[in-house]
Design a protein around this ligand. Structure first.
Ligand SMILES: [Zn+2]
Length: 165
């Protein structure tokens, strides 16, 4: 486990390398973090969500803000994670779609949650500690294969940023 320094709770170790994608990796130091998050707010805490500490007291979800101008395209990050077929992934949500490693594995399906996740992508990691604490770097090589001509994800500018997680 690692500690989320900003929010003071335990995080699944495997979220650390994703954290690198969202804030480290040196190429995105100025990225927007307005939709980032780890632990759930009070409203979240009344719902079943990996943003809430699990039976082991560990938060197994993270939100990463969409900010392509500063090097983080949340949808492309989600697609790279899907392409990696990483067994630490439980599910991802992006642009009103959800993709799971368990339910119809790795196929994007419609997501009908209140927040369509157009300003961030959500990742939840699996329940087993030996997997969620596996800190191997995430394979984001599919990101590097992207080029500037790839299709744009749906425009999110009309959705209020305050729509929650
Ligand atoms: Zn989330």
């Amino acid at each position: 486990m690692i500690l989320d320094k900003e929010n003071g709770h335990e995080m699944a170790g495997s979220t650390k390398p994703v954290d690198a994608a969202r804030s480290g990796q040196s190429d995105a130091p100025d990225r927007d973090k307005s939709s980032d998050g780890t632990i759930g707010d009070e409203r979240h805490q009344t719902t079943k969500s990996e943003h809430n500490p699990d039976a082991n007291g560990v938060v197994r979800a993270m939100d990463i803000t969409h900010d392509p101008a500063h090097g983080v395209d949340a949808r492309k990050l989600a697609e790279a994670l899907v392409a990696s077929r990483d067994t630490r992934i439980l599910y991802l949500i992006s642009n009103a779609q959800i993709v799971s490693s368990v339910v119809q594995p790795w196929i994007w399906r419609r997501y009908n949650g209140i927040n369509p996740h157009r300003h961030h992508m959500h990742i939840s990691v699996v329940t087993e500690p030996h997997r969620y604490d596996d800190i191997r770097p995430w394979d984001l090589s599919a990101l590097e294969k992207e080029d500037a001509t790839s299709p744009q994800t749906p425009d999110a500018s009309s959705v209020p940023a305050s729509a929650g997680r």
